[in-house]
Design a binder for this molecule. Structure first.
Ligand code: MIC
Ligand code: SF4
Length: 653
């Protein structure tokens, strides 16, 4: 029987296990990427492993998340990242070079390869036909050390694209449509593999927009074929020799199939406060907007921003609107400078923003109280913009630009006076890698610089005999990692776990950190109780490391998202799920609870344990693989690896 692309790449990289959906497998990782907000922790953990050089094919360290440098902390982080990269053989992409996913697609992505990145939007690489997966920093550190990446062999959904997009319908609308179908929960363990005659009508940046925001569905990754369109993109990037065709066999069998008629897609928007609150742009027409921000790793390619230029040309934003545009990379910015776009933007009253994550992670441009903000990014979780009461809508660059000049949402389908901007795919991109710093062949003389903001990687203790503690917090459904560990102005603490821990659940329950620390100091174990889809969103392992620092030993939820569950295990926190979802209602914050014999149950491979709260007994599933159990017993992946845990693999035989 034939194979799909996912199956082909996985089997070419298989180190152990069998590719039966649901089974744990280990795969060799060719390429890794990190960004500054997760990178410092990844490299601290890499250093703690005691290797002298990275062992995977290509490792790139990007600085794009926090480039504000309002104090010494970020600058210290950047210096640490630059020197640690030189020391261990990692390419360093300097601040200003662009957003990791955009730059990686332009300069490094190779069809058929595996990429592991410490950022949940790593699947952007699926646009070029690679199997690109987001993970916590520690998993990436292990992969840099040549160890394999462990994952549950995914189920694969074939997404058949038919037809062609009509004017004003964009790749952003395709992925918003996919989010409308799949929603943000319930897709753990799936891969979305695009196929069908519509694929060839989409450019690589368009495909990357679609795979990028597939992350919001919670899937393992999304992938497109690598075809003639991919070859042309790579040639235009001066990398034609790296192209390889990747196609599913005609008789490949999938676990599910959905069809999308591209001709039927219309402009869409994700309404507050979730990427799957999808509505039509037509239904929002006339809504007043206060802020419009164009950029982020979802929509900041040259083609995206050239379309914006065409809409802004000869027009001006009204005084009621603040428009900001952040090109995704220095390559994009340079090309827009050369073709006169920047002049058009400035003439239109736009604010030219740095080629970085910036507003998307909420570290700048927070909207005014109750403001409506239209953005081209991928997440509109409540408060992520930096303003709790702001209403953030996610739209395509075209819809954003139109709203910016009119001050209101415009439905272009009923406006016959508007000319649809047609953008040609460049034959040649402006290739200039001057902001990439390559590591020296001999790193003997390199000194790693650690400013006062660079802490040590936190360690947990081995799993206790029994869990004896208190429900430190009870939260509802769809708690994102932004709820657990806010980014924005707290980003400066990413390298400093004790300091960052003071802000765990800051926006949900500002007293949590104090309470949890007090319980921990009194010798109690803290337990987090949650509803569906706990930990969705970002890959930030701080959402596990900081609770761990506050003495959290277990998370009991209706369901837990993939990357976050892995991060919990890597931190030595036990992820548990309710056998009966309604038992969630029987638990209360502040209640003392125990799981007697937890350690023995973990060691023996037991699939369930009992949570005792007073006279109440609640059955919990403990759905962990043998290796995950060993990690939790050791008190986390770092302890496990240090103690000689079998992180052998592919590249370090
Ligand atoms: C995000 O979009 O939420 C981030 C910021 O890029 C995160 C990574 C982080 O928290 O550092 C992600 O997507 O993984
Ligand atoms: Fe950066 Fe936003 Fe993309 Fe995350 S989603 S990598 S913060 S641009």
């Amino acid at each position: 029987m034939g194979r799909h692309i996912t199956g082909k790449i996985l089997s070419e990289h298989l180190v152990s296990g069998s590719l039966e959906p649901g089974q744990e497998v280990a795969i060799r990782i060719d390429q890794t990427l990190t960004q500054d907000a997760t990178g410092t922790m990844a490299y601290l953990q890499f250093e703690a492993m005691g290797l002298d050089r990275v062992r995977n094919e290509l490792a790139v360290s990007y600085v794009d998340h926090n480039t504000i440098q309002a104090g010494f902390e970020n600058a210290d982080d950047h210096l640490y990242l630059q020197t640690v990269a030189a020391k261990y053989g990692i390419i360093f992409s300097r601040p200003g070079n662009g957003i990791c996913h955009q730059v990686h697609l332009e300069r490094f992505g190779v069809p058929g390869k595996t990429l592991l990145g410490s950022d949940s939007h790593t699947p952007t690489g699926g646009g070029i036909g690679m199997l690109a997966i987001g993970a916590g920093g520690l998993d990436v550190a292990v992969a840099m050390g040549g160890g394999p990446f462990h994952l549950i062999a995914p189920r694969v959904c074939r997404v058949v694209l038919k037809g062609r997009l009509r004017p004003w319908a964009t790749a952003k609308d395709v992925i918003l449509h996919v989010l409308r179908l799949f929603k943000t929960k319930g897709n753990v363990g799936w891969v979305l593999e695009y196929d069908g005659p519509g694929v060839k009508t989409l450019t690589v940046p368009e495909r990357a927009t679609i795979t990028n925001m597939g992350a919001e569905c919670g899937v393992t990754t999304s992938v497109f074929p690598s075809d003639e369109v991919t070859r042309q993109f790579m040639e235009a990037q001066g990398r034609g020799a790296q192209w390889r065709e990747m196609r599913a066999d005609a008789d490949a069998s999938y676990d599910r199939e959905v069809e999308i008629e591209l001709d039927e897609i219309e402009p869409l928007a994700a309404a507050p406060h979730s990427p799957d609150q999808v509505v039509t742009v037509a239904s929002l027409a006339g809504m007043k907007v206060d802020q419009v921000l164009i950029g982020s790793c979802t929509n900041s390619s040259y083609q995206d921003l050239k379309a914006v230029t065409k809409i802004l040309e000869g027009r001006h934003v009204p005084p009621s609107v603040s428009l900001g545009i952040a090109p995704g990379s220095r390559q994009v910015m340079k090309m827009l400078a050369e073709d006169g776009s920047l002049t058009v933007w400035l003439a239109a009253g736009a604010r030219l923003l740095e080629t970085a994550c910036g507003f998307c992670i909420g570290n700048s441009l927070a909207p005014a109280t109750d403001a409506v903000s239209l953005r081209t990014s991928n997440r509109n979780f409540e408060g992520r913009s930096g303003t709790q009461s702001a209403r953030v809508y996610l739209v395509s660059p075209e819809i954003a630009a139109l709203a910016a000049v009119e001050g209101r949402v415009v439905d272009p389908l009923i406006r016959t006076d508007l000319k649809h901007p047609r953008v040609k795919t460049p034959k040649q991109y402006d290739v200039d890698d001057a902001m990439l710093v390559y590591p020296p062949a001999d790193a003997a003389g390199v000194r790693v610089i650690r400013g006062p903001n660079i802490g040590a990687p936190p360690r947990n203790e081995p799993l206790p005999e029994e869990l004896n503690g208190v429900i430190a917090i009870k939260v509802g459904d769809k708690i994102t990692t932004d709820h657990i560990m806010p980014a924005g102005k707290r980003l400066i603490y990413r390298s400093n776990i004790p300091a960052y821990s003071a802000y765990v659940f800051e926006r949900v329950d500002p007293d949590f950190a104090r309470r949890a620390a007090a319980a921990r100091d009194a010798g109690m174990h803290n337990i987090i109780v949650a509803g569906e889809s706990y930990g969705q969103g970002s890959s930030r392992e701080h959402a596990a490391l900081c609770p761990m620092f506050l003495g959290v030993k277990a998370v009991v939820a209706k369901s837990i998202e993939r990357i976050h569950a892995a991060n919990l295990i890597n931190a030595g926190i036990v992820p548990l799920t309710f056998e009966t979802a309604s038992d969630y209602n029987r638990l209360q914050q502040g209640q003392p609870c125990r799981v007697p014999g937890l350690r023995a149950a973990m060691a023996s491979g037991a699939a369930r344990v009992t949570l005792r709260c007073g006279d109440d007994e609640i059955g919990l599933r403990m759905d962990l693989t043998e290796r995950q159990r060993a990690i939790v017993l050791a008190g986390g992946l770092l302890n496990y690896t240090k103690a000689g845990g079998r992180e052998k693999g592919a590249n370090n035989t």
